[in-house]
Each structure stands twice: as C-alpha cells, then as structure tokens.
Design a protein around this ligand. Sequence first.
Ligand code: NAP
Length: 444
Amino acid sequence: MAQDDIALIGLAVMGQNLILNMNDHGFVICAFNRTVSKVDDFLANEAKGTKVVGAQSLKEMVSKLKKPWRIILLVKAIQAVDDFIKKLVPLDTTRYFQDLKAKGILFVGSGVSGGEDGAPYGPSLMPGGNKEAWPYIKTIFQGIAAKVGTGEPCCGWVEEKAGHFVKMVHNGIEYGDMRLICEAYHLMRDVLGMEQSEMAQAFEEWNKMEVDSFLTEITANILKFQDNNGKYLLPKISDRAGQKGTGNWSAISTLEYGIPVALIGEAVFARCLSSLKDERIQASKKLMGPQKTQFEGDKKSFLEDIQKALYASKIISYAQGFMLLRQAAIEFGWTLNYGGITLMWRGSCIIRSVFLEKIKDAFDQNPELQNLLLDNFFKSAVENCQASWQWVVSTGVQAGIPMPCFTTALSFYNGYRHEMLPANLIQAKQDYFGAHTYELLANA
Ligand code: NAP
C-alpha cells in the first residue's frame, strides 16, 4: 500500500544521513539508489531497526509513495539529476509534456549545507523552484533542518530557481572566509613570528570577539592539534589546496553579471596559485622578496590590528556576496528575502557565525538595503577597523606576505567610497583609439 511520506534517491553519505534524520523526525522514507545493492546494504546496516523501507526499482519506489509523490534526488550534481528525471517521467503515464511542471513534476532545487555531520542532525536547506511544491515538503524540510535561536529552522522558501544560486554564493563566501583566516595565520606566523600555541590562543580569543565563527573555532583546534609523535600536525600538511568547483562557479557568475565580487575570485586564485607547488619551489630559489626583518612594533597591538583587518575584510566579502545575489535577483526577477537567507546560513553551515545575526538585522531593518556597507552598524564597524586594516596591509606588503583577500577587500572599500574614480581616463583612451565616445559629467 502507498504509505511512504517521501522517497530519497542517492544513498551516498548525504542521502543516508538525511534519511536517518527524516526517520528520527517520524517520517516514513523509501530509499533507492542507482546501484540497487546499496539499498539492501543500507537497510541491513545503517538503517537497521528504523522505519525506513527500500525499493529495488523506481517503479516499486513510486508505488510505495503517498500522492503527490515527494522525491528527493541527492545524487551527484546535474547529470545524475537529469538522468533520474528522464526515468521518472514516463512512470507517470498521464503526463507527457515538455517542461517538468507539465509532466507533473513540481521541481525544487535545494541547496544543502552541513555535509556529513549536518545531514543527520540538521542541515541548512535552501529550497527554490516550483512554489506549488512547498506546502507538500515544508513540514519535512523544516522539521529536519538545523534550528537556531528559539528554534527557527535554517530552511525557508528561497525563490524560483534561486535555491542553488544562494548555496553557490554561500560556498563562494566560504572560500573567502577560509582564505582570510589563512592570511591572518600567515601574518601571525611570518611577520610576528608567533608559535603555534600562541596562534591557537589568539584564534580562541578572537572566537569571543566580532569574528566569532565556526571557522575561527576550528582554526584554533587545528592549530593545537598534535600527531601521535607529539608534534603539531599543521606544518606537516601540504600547502597545495584543492578546489571542487563551487567557489569557481561563484567567481564565474561575478564576471557574467559584472559584479565586483573580487574577494571570492582572489580566494579561488589563491588556491590555484597554491596548487602550483612545483613551480613555486623553483621560483622560491630564484625570486627575491624583501629582506626578512624582525617585527619592531608592538606585537600585541599588531595582533589586534590583524583581527580588525580580518573583520573588515569579512564584512567586504559578505557585502560583495549579497551584491551578487542582488544582481541575480534583478536578472531573473526574483524577490529574495536577504534576512531569511542569512537565517538559513546561521545553523549547520560552514560559514555559521555570530556576525550573520547582524546581517540579518541589517536586512530586516531595510529589506531594500543596497549594500551592507551602507547599513549603520557595518559602516561604523568598517570605519573603526580602517586604520588597523591599512596598517596590516602595508606592513604585510613590506614584509612580502601575499594577502590577496585582505588587499582586494581594502581596495574595494576604497573604490566603492570614491565618488570619482580614474575610469574617466579609460573612457578617454577608448575614445582616442577606437572612437567609442564618452559621456560628459553633468556638471562639466
Ligand atoms: P555524491 O558522491 O555527490 O553522489 C553519489 C550518489 O550519486 C550515489 O548515490 C550515486 O549512485 C549517485 N549517482 C552518481 N551519478 C549518477 C548518475 N549518473 N545517475 C544516477 N545516480 C548517480 O554523494 P554525496 O557526497 O552524498 O552528495 C550528494 C549531493 O549532496 C550532491 O549533489 C552534493 O553536491 C550535495 N552535497 C554534498 C555535501 C557533502 O559534504 N558530501 C555537502 C552539501 C551538499 P551510485 O551509488 O549508483 O554510484
């Protein structure tokens, strides 16, 4: 008899854990997977003793579902989703139209964040797509999502097609946050010459301040971690960073929409540069930087300056991320609830932080806010950090430390606050060699 609440296809780490989460919330789930043997394995092991049921075919799966069928595809991105939709559609014989809605599928694309740990206990879910589907899935999605504050779920309807875009920007911001912390670490290590335990302590302290976040917290833990030989592990880890794609997609979108989200771009490029390890080894033997000198200033005060530079750069990164969301909303005609999006990122996500609360306040106070930097709280936060930020960037440059994200953030701030930029010269040159003409200022 058709009595299962929902089916989930894709029994890899995310799918299995999300099923167990839904089971814990009282829903009956039918599990299916392309490699069908994984269904039996899952039922016999991880799902043993639960109410989860399995299916050996798509046909069997849908026969067990209450109508309307609610099906989660948690498979490898894009191609796998297309493959399954093609197979599912013919099973509903009454509908054969071109788009999914006409074929009877109310398609929802949902960003999922929280990974292996978030999926079983509460992921952040960012659903968008056909809104007619929302009443059918809302209880399940909000039931299993992470909760923050007084139990608000980190899941709300995003907008038509915007769910994955929001998740993509989230991942881009994550790239930026991770890189900014690396630059702070580099300055502590190579300018201030701090020991690893001192750096761990600094990040622990910072985690009680404005930059309090999951990433700051784990940085302290990583710095403290010692291997079985009682040696710190971090210096032994290769400095060649990988990239799976989501940061790149954000960077590509910024170019596509013409929005200067340079910090995410620099975070991606920094990973690319790090991966050129063999070339860097050669270059390090040939290319000279500034003479290494002892830091002569007040170390404690410079450490505070680094924290402020990190905070200000982080504000710029989020301001840029929301600029990208805003532009996409204009392009696609979405009405995005920016405060609601921020709420979804507050639990389970890698970028979760106290700071997101302030962003939510800013957009709640003014849903039309053009730029986060124009909100009073963020405006004064950046202004208060400005002197430290400039000092850190100039000191780091003089010491030859690469800080692409700290510097691009400061450049963006300086550019954004300038009424007149030197782009008039670009326009004049374009006209000089290409007769592209230029626009004169109103008061010229
Ligand atoms: P994954 O490695 O991305 O995908 C594996 C699953 O996809 C398996 O069930 C596999 O079936 C199925 N699959 C792959 N290609 C397929 C195809 N062409 N047709 C049908 N099925 C196909 O698994 P995951 O890490 O659990 O991630 C699942 C989804 O969650 C992905 O979209 C991922 O981007 C997203 N996500 C993952 C994380 C994370 O931390 N892992 C975090 C957030 C979001 P077989 O067993 O038959 O190979």
